[in-house]
Design a protein around this ligand. Structure first.
Ligand SMILES: Cc1ncc(COP(=O)(O)O)c(C=O)c1O
Length: 422
């Protein structure tokens, strides 16, 4: 396949292959993949050191350190010696694996302690753990919903919820992003059904916060419960790290608060916090809880220690907020569009310039900045973007260096194409 043509295609073009054998990759996909190897090289690139505010890669056969705006280690905890020590101690005591699913033999006293710590952190009566965030969102939906139900989600809700809803047999209805009127219409249209509503606390592609008070007013008016996925906000936002829910003071009205340990906690796992009876029920019907191995004890110990640090070192959240505000202001100062972002997730929109996205990402990597493109269909085709994830661990020098590279590799080419005012 010709490289120029290959660059006009995207993942959406290969979703439904013509081949009769589902265990064979569509030949045009394979051709496209090999024609765009240079572009693909920005993804799944093996790191050679920890994914923190800085990391390293092999570039042209040499190990190169880069500033990392692609890590979700928002509090700068990855590699913290206290987390490493907690994991090492747990490895020595518990061994390497949980060796069972949570529902049967995989739960240890450490898992129970983590549940208590999470409940105390978010002010909920009870918490249930999952092997990953994705399996948690998926499992809750597939376990709690059934055919005939209607699950109403913001159109930008994370894939784990959408896949889980689809697999439950319930009807998935998307309402317009952050539009209470659209939510109200969806709830009204399906008023005769069992319904629930799912939103993200912080939207991971746009960096905006859900307006929980307005959405909850609509849900309350319909007597329908709301789940908030705080994957990108838990421990990163709110005075005590309680996420968007705490920022809005909505701990009482949010029915189920969901989060992950894979971002601010720099580890692995998912959790749901809320009503104890509901969670005891979910444990029996959410299949990732009954059919997938429990988190290894060393990971659980890491999570407990990271939560302790996140709760006792609020200055990390303040540094994160300061860094994020500094970066957002500076990116806007370069004339770039950060869309809806008000947080540490900062998209840099480049319109429909998909080819620039890849050329610039590779050029930035060469210059010492790792920042990932978000291409269609992960976001709208006319609003492709880079996503910068800011960390409390970035120094001002890191951010200034990154901004200089962004100016050279993104701003200048956009200007040259007439896509940005000079
Ligand atoms: C909003 C949201 N929910 C859930 C998940 C899944 O979490 P995990 O990566 O911990 O499985 C992600 C992952 O990026 C996410 O962004």
């Amino acid at each position: 396949m010709d490289h120029r043509r290959a660059r006009t295609l995207n993942l959406g073009d290969f979703w439904q292959g013509d081949d009769l054998d589902p265990l064979r990759a569509p030949p045009d996909f394979t051709e496209w993949r090999s024609a765009t190897m240079a572009e693909q090289a920005i993804f799944q690139r093996p790191l050679t050191s920890a994914s923190g505010p800085r990391t390293s890669f092999l570039l042209h056969g040499e190990r190169r350190e880069v500033i990392n705006l692609a890590s979700l280690d928002y509090l700068g905890l990855n590699g913290d010696p206290r987390l490493v020590a907690a994991a090492r101690d747990a490895l020595q005591h518990w061994g390497t694996g949980a060796c069972g699913v949570p529902l049967l033999s995989g739960t240890t006293t450490l898992h129970r302690e983590l549940e208590r710590q999470v409940s105390a952190s978010v002010g909920a009566p009870s918490t249930m753990l999952f092997p990953s965030g994705f399996s948690g969102g998926f499992g809750l939906m597939s376990g709690l919903l059934r055919r005939g139900d209607v699950a109403i989600a913001d159109e930008k809700a994370h894939m784990c919820w959408l896949d889980g809803i689809r697999s439950s047999g319930a009807r998935l209805v998307l309402y317009r992003h952050e539009d209470p009127k659209s939510l109200d219409e969806a709830l009204t249209e399906h008023r005769t059904k069992r319904r629930l509503v799912v939103v993200d606390g912080l939207y991971s592609m746009d960096g905006d916060l859900a307006d929980l008070p307005r959405l909850l007013d609509v849900c309350d008016a319909h007597g329908v419960g709301l789940i908030v996925d705080e994957a990108h906000s838990i421990f990163a936002l709110g005075e005590n790290g309680g996420g968007a829910t705490e920022v809005h003071g909505e701990q009482r009205r949010v029915r189920l608060l969901f989060g992950t340990f894979s971002k601010s906690i720099a580890s692995l796992g998912g959790f749901a916090s809320g009503d104890e009876e509901l969670l005891e029920y979910a444990k029996l019907y959410s299949h990732p809880y009954g059919f997938s191995a429990a988190l290894p004890p060393a990971i659980v110990a890491t999570n407990i220690e990271a939560i302790r640090i996140a709760r006792t070192e609020p200055e990390r959240r303040r540094r994160l907020a300061d860094n994020a505000a500094y970066f957002r202001r500076a990116v806007c100062g370069l004339g770039l569009d950060i869309g809806l972002s008000t947080t540490h997730v900062v998209p840099i929109l480049v319109g429909g310039e998909r080819d620039l996205l890849y050329d610039a990402a590779l050029a930035m990597l060469e210059r010492g900045l790792y920042i990932l493109p978000i291409d269609y269909p992960a976001g709208p085709e006319d609003r492709v973007r880079f996503r910068a994830s800011i960390s409390a661990g970035h120094s001002r020098e890191d951010l200034d260096t990154a901004l200089g590279i962004i100016e050279d590799c993104v701003v200048r080419p956009l200007r040259a194409r007439g896509k940005l005012a000079t």
